[in-house]
Design a protein around this ligand. Structure first.
Ligand code: ZN
Length: 365
């Protein structure tokens, strides 16, 4: 993207800076264009790299507005704007509201509920809800994780509860069927390096139908490269899944082993804790159908951090260990990563006020 746009974004630190930067609709459009098309305009219908601005020309009954382009490919001639075929497609909201909303969501520590976002922006709650989902859809990542990858699982809404009156509640599938808890798989790529300036690795979570080899393995396979170095605890499914990867090392939690040299699952357990805290504290209840969207947002926040140093941490027993200190990428600069893969990801309003996800895949990211 252009140097000037990057400077504009770098200078946004406070709410006041943000409001000033996103005040003008024309400027917001140009900013959005430089983020969605960092390497020049691309036709969202065919991917052709040449198009012309047709602002001011007669198109049908009215004059083309600024920001309307036409694909130069003779077979295509598609007319588009920066929001065409993105989650902002055919939006009635000003772009300035979209950018403000995205900044506010990224500025908050764990995210904002649609009720809070609606209050701050002065839009309806359903509109705020759709804005939130547009963000979540855009930050879904498709690259496979590599290097050292930690895997773990947890239950959305806590562990399956054992009730004293129900002695038949067993382990595994039988136990899950009797509780409303949703099993979730979490995958975190460790940062390549922990010297200052290094970025955090990607983090993913996904709702799975169960923790069988087939269900959990099926969820991990498309996310992690086979040459990865996988670390997990000794859960039965993970022992089997680990065999398909180049290296699989485990820590034995049941015998109270948590760290053995570089073998541990501390990163993924940290991510798990963050997912559970965010869901409980900000979103309260989320349906398993939409859970993956929330996980995209939480995973994106996790990745938007940079190492700033190391500090010695002393445990209660007096044992010393090194702790990595992080700072997050400024929210305005995170916007560049949000809109980078916007084209192709599409959602529409459903007749009952919800959303329908038409495509979760970036086309020209
Ligand atoms: Zn085209």
């Amino acid at each position: 993207m252009s140097e000037m746009m990057l400077t504009t974004l770098s200078n946004i630190r406070t709410v006041e800076d943000m409001v000033a930067a996103f005040r003008d609709e024309e400027r917001c459009r140009r900013l959005l264009e430089s983020m969605v098309w960092p390497n020049g305009r691309i036709c969202p219908a065919c991917g052709y790299k040449r198009s012309i601005a047709i602002a001011g020309r007669d198109v049908g009954k009215h004059r083309a507005r600024p920001g309307l382009y036409q694909c130069s490919s003779g077979d295509c001639r598609f007319q588009f704007t920066v929001t065409t075929h993105t989650p902002l497609h055919a939006t009635k909201l000003p772009l300035s509201v979209w950018l403000k909303a995205m900044w506010l969501l990224l500025q908050s520590d764990k995210g904002l509920s649609s009720v809070r976002l609606a209050e701050i922006l002065g839009v309806s709650q359903p509109t705020a809800w759709r804005i939130g989902h547009a963000l979540r859809l855009m930050v879904a990542r498709e690259n496979m994780l590599d290097g050292t990858v930690e895997i773990d699982h947890f239950y959305l809404g806590g562990r399956p509860r054992k009730h004293p009156d129900d002695p038949s509640l067993g382990r595994g599938r039988k136990g899950q069927a009797k509780t409303q808890k949703t099993p979730v798989l979490a995958i975190v790529q460790r940062p390549v390096d922990i010297t200052p300036g290094s970025a955090a690795g990607d983090a993913r979570a996904a709702v799975v139908t169960g923790l069988s080899l087939r269900a959990a393995g099926g969820a991990i396979a498309p996310q992690v490269k086979l040459q990865a170095h996988v670390m997990s605890d000794e859960a039965k499914a993970f022992m089997a899944i680990g065999e398909s990867f180049a290296v699989h090392e485990t820590v034995n939690h049941s015998s109270r082993e948590y760290v053995r040299d570089t073998v541990h699952v501390n990163s993924v357990e940290g991510f798990n804790a963050r997912v559970r805290r965010t869901i409980a504290g900000v979103f309260h209840h989320i349906s398993p159908e939409l859970a993956d969207l929330y996980f995209h947002e939480i995973g994106f926040r996790w990745s938007q951090r940079i190492v700033i140093g190391q500090a010695v941490r002393k445990s209660r027993s007096g044992k010393e260990s090194m702790k990595t200190l992080w700072s997050r990428v400024p929210p305005a600069l995170q916007l560049v990563q949000v809109f980078r893969a916007a084209t192709g990801r599409q959602m529409r309003r459903s007749p009952n006020g919800g959303i329908i996800i038409k495509s979760a895949v970036a086309v020209f990211g």
